[in-house]
Design a protein around this ligand. Structure first.
Ligand code: CP
Length: 296
């Protein structure tokens, strides 16, 4: 693997290996040594979980980590991102974790760069492949047979890179049923896997996993906005709505959570919530990604 850009670039075997290694790292606490390698985080968009998680992952592999302060970098003096990368690579940095608002920003850089590894930490509404891996890892820890699962993604799917990458992963792994549930205006323009529904009751019925998404106001065009009070009334994941799912249904959320908007606090912090397990697993999933890139 040269770069890690999108789930759809990966083979079934690569996905199996990444998930297997992530689960192994979590169980065994036995990690490879990358002490002669350097990793840079370049986040052009805000992040808490993904940036820190890649930093933790790299440090557990004994890497040296540089968090580039893009807002105060020489890109403010006209330097283009390709030159930023070339200069950092000239200092010996080989691994670049990049988040950007533009679709395929990382792929465009990857097409011109040699001898470095680019990891997509989110490109606009398009893809967030490391999130999909950690989401699936969290499910696989609790649910053995993906071919029997009903998984629901609930919320602002139209603007969600998390939903896109997760659909692609469910397709690779043959998840039995994936239901993309949202008000009509927030249904996806492109469906990679599963079916769409606006009927939250039908969707949640007997679900094994419910993945709630944040309302991403920052990515919405004016005509795509929904009255928030109506959304909260009709689609927020409440304890009563969750009761429609199986009693052992898992609740996931990629974060950040807007409590009381897409999910109630008693659900987010409740016994069926695996939201913080997702965050824990993110470190191991990202270790597996870095390791796979190191193998070439
Ligand atoms: N899930 C996720 O991408 O969170 P951050 O925006 O905090 O990185």
């Amino acid at each position: 693997m040269e770069h890690f850009l999108e789930i759809s670039d990966l083979s079934f075997q690569q996905i199996e290996q990444l998930l297997g290694r992530a689960l192994y790292f979590k169980r065994q606490k036995h990690y490879p040594d990358f002490s002669h390698h350097n990793l840079a985080n370049l986040f052009y968009e805000n992040s808490t979980r993904t940036r820190v998680s890649f930093e933790m992952a790299a440090k557990l592999l004994n890497m040296n980590v540089v968090n580039v302060d893009i807002q105060h970098s020489s890109e403010n003096k006209g330097e283009i991102p390709k030159d930023t990368l070339d200069n950092l690579a000239a200092m010996g940095i080989k691994y670049f974790v990049i988040r950007h608002k533009d679709k395929n920003f990382q792929r465009a850089l990857a097409s011109t760069e040699r001898e470095i590894h680019i990891i997509n930490a989110g490109d606009g509404s398009h893809a967030h492949p490391s999130q999909a891996l950690l989401d699936m890892m969290t499910i696989m820890e609790k649910k053995q047979d993906l071919a029997c699962l009903k998984i629901v993604i609930l919320g602002n799917i139209r603007h969600s890179r998390v939903a896109n990458s997760f659909q692609c992963l469910c397709k690779h792994l043959d998840v039995a049923e994936l239901v993309l549930t949202a008000p009509k205006i927030w249904l996806p323009e492109t469906v990679y896997y599963g079916r769409v529904s606006t009927d939250i009751g039908e969707s949640l019925q007997d679900a094994d996993v419910v993945m709630c998404l944040r309302v991403q106001s920052e990515r919405m065009k004016k005509e795509e906005s929904v009255d928030l009070d109506s959304y909260i009334r009709d689609y927020k994941l409440t304890k009563d709505r969750l009761a429609l799912a199986k009693p052992d249904a898992m609740v996931l959320h990629p974060g950040p959570i807007n409590r009381g908007v897409e999910i109630d606090t008693e659900v987010a912090d409740g016994p069926q919530s695996y939201i913080l397990d997702q965050v824990t697993n993110g470190v191991f999933a990202r270790m597996a990604i870095i390791e796979a890139l190191g193998r070439g």
